[in-house]
Design a protein around this ligand. Structure first.
Ligand code: SF4
Ligand code: SF4
Length: 101
């Protein structure tokens, strides 16, 4: 008969703490960091008010085409410079522009 072996040092298993699950990203954080400037271009009458008011001067009329009303529609040509201020949307008399930040 084999005698019981003397008790050795007790090994304590390492405690692994699971990190808490990350909260889901908010809808704003899921979106691009850049604002969105959306044109309902067939409503545009090319009055250029939005172009005049834009503080970063990134709007212009697209002279390469006309909308169904026969006007060159306003477009944004350098979205990276858009501050998302919303001035273009506010001044447009025909509610052509929607700005999402
Ligand atoms: S949101 Fe402001 S900066 Fe951006 S296009 Fe409109 S007026 Fe210009
Ligand atoms: S203010 Fe409105 S109608 Fe006038 S050019 Fe800009 S988007 Fe078109």
């Amino acid at each position: 008969m084999v005698p019981p072996s003397p008790p050795g040092p007790t090994l304590t298993p390492p405690v692994v703490q699971a990190s808490p699950p990350s909260p889901p990203a908010s809808p704003d954080r899921q979106r691009s960091a850049l604002p969105e400037v959306i044109f309902a271009e067939n409503l545009c009458k090319g009055c250029e008010l939005c172009i005049t008011v834009c503080p970063t001067k990134i709007l212009k009329l697209d002279t390469s085409r006309v909308n169904i009303r026969g006007y060159n529609p306003a477009i944004v040509y350098n979205l990276a410079e858009c501050s998302g201020c919303g001035s273009c949307a506010k001044i447009c008399p025909d509610s052509v522009i929607t700005v999402r930040r």
